[in-house]
Design a protein around this ligand. Structure first.
Ligand SMILES: [Mn+2]
Length: 316
């Protein structure tokens, strides 16, 4: 059942002992929303915790780790943030029945008893902020910082196509409420690890172009990742690199998976006019018009050949 922010706030107000769930491969939006909601519920006198997500990276851990539930906590009300479906919940969250989902993915499967799904929002942060407003939570700088992390990361620091007036409005409100936007912008969007820079250098040096520069292919093997000393945090949004080159319409990043050597994830990124999702669907994948992916177990050379073959129908 779909409800609005006011109805969701009423449900939260009438319940207690909250556990907040985040999605697999947690990003700034799901973790920022979890932190903001947890702190907001505590601010109105509720008991609330975040379920530890085992894939939380060191970049975001300081924001959520102090809010983790211990193993003895018995939740009465379970809330999922930024989670479109049950199967994107981490394994340790699979046994919980979800009472309320706060989300912005149009693909939300309505797995929760009640859902607030706002596909027009760039980040789930806007949904959480609306609920906190209805709860009359006095937003602290800590809450504002968590919301700012969420909205700024989901919009690529307000540069992706999903960036809209509501995202800017939320960011402005976060700034008024004392979010440390200077530190967040620097730490998340400007400072890169040396491993990341080494990886970017190798990727940029190795990009192959085809069809007069309209297509670009980058390859990231486990060997390259290890030789750069890169960890998961260093790989965030790495697939955005080849599509940032002028003239490239369709970009492919072939990345070897850590847990399945020899299997590759192919991220597709495209400029308007080329549907990434339509392309990925040919290979059993999916996603959005501008960003999609599929996976394949084959050699890098074979995967390149398959991609170039499939592209002839677009560019030849
Ligand atoms: Mn999101």
């Amino acid at each position: 059942l779909n409800v609005n922010a006011a109805a969701a706030a009423n449900i939260l107000r009438g319940n207690d002992n909250f556990l907040i769930l985040t999605h697999k491969k947690p990003d700034g939006d799901t973790l920022g929303c979890a932190a903001a909601l947890c702190l907001g519920l505590r601010a109105i006198g509720k008991t609330a915790f975040v379920l530890e997500n085992p894939e939380t990276t060191p970049r975001y851990a300081p924001m959520v780790a102090p809010l983790y539930a211990d193993g003895n906590f018995k939740p009465q009300t379970v809330v999922a943030v930024d989670c479109a479906s049950r199967d994107i919940l981490p394994a340790n969250a699979q046994n919980f029945a979800v009472d309320l989902a706060l989300d912005h993915h149009p693909t939300n499967t309505h797995y929760a008893k009640l859902s607030v799904v706002a596909p027009e929002e760039a980040a789930c942060a806007s949904v959480v902020a609306a609920v906190l407003r209805k709860l009359k939570v006095a937003v602290t700088p800590e809450i504002a910082t968590a919301l700012y992390v969420a909205v700024s990361t989901d919009t690529g620091c307000f540069s992706y196509d999903n960036t809209n007036a509501a995202a800017f409005a939320l960011a402005a409100q976060c700034a008024k409420d004392g979010a440390d936007i200077t530190a967040i912008n620097r730490e998340i969007f400007r400072v890169k690890t040396r491993a990341r820079i080494a990886l970017e250098g190798a990727i940029l040096g190795g990009i192959e172009f085809a069809f007069d520069g309209r297509a670009a292919i980058a390859v990231i093997t486990r060997e390259l990742i290890l030789s750069c000393g890169a960890v998961e945090d260093d790989l965030e949004n790495i697939a955005a690199i080849p599509v940032s080159i002028e003239g490239v319409v369709a970009a492919f990043t072939i990345r070897e998976l850590e847990d399945e050597p020899g299997k590759f994830k192919i991220s597709v990124r495209s400029a308007p006019g080329f549907s990434s999702s339509e392309f990925a669907q040919k290979f059993g994948g999916g996603g959005h018009a501008g960003a999609s992916g599929f996976s394949k177990t084959a050699s890098v050379e074979t995967i390149k050949t398959i991609i170039l073959q499939a592209l002839t129908e677009y560019f030849a």
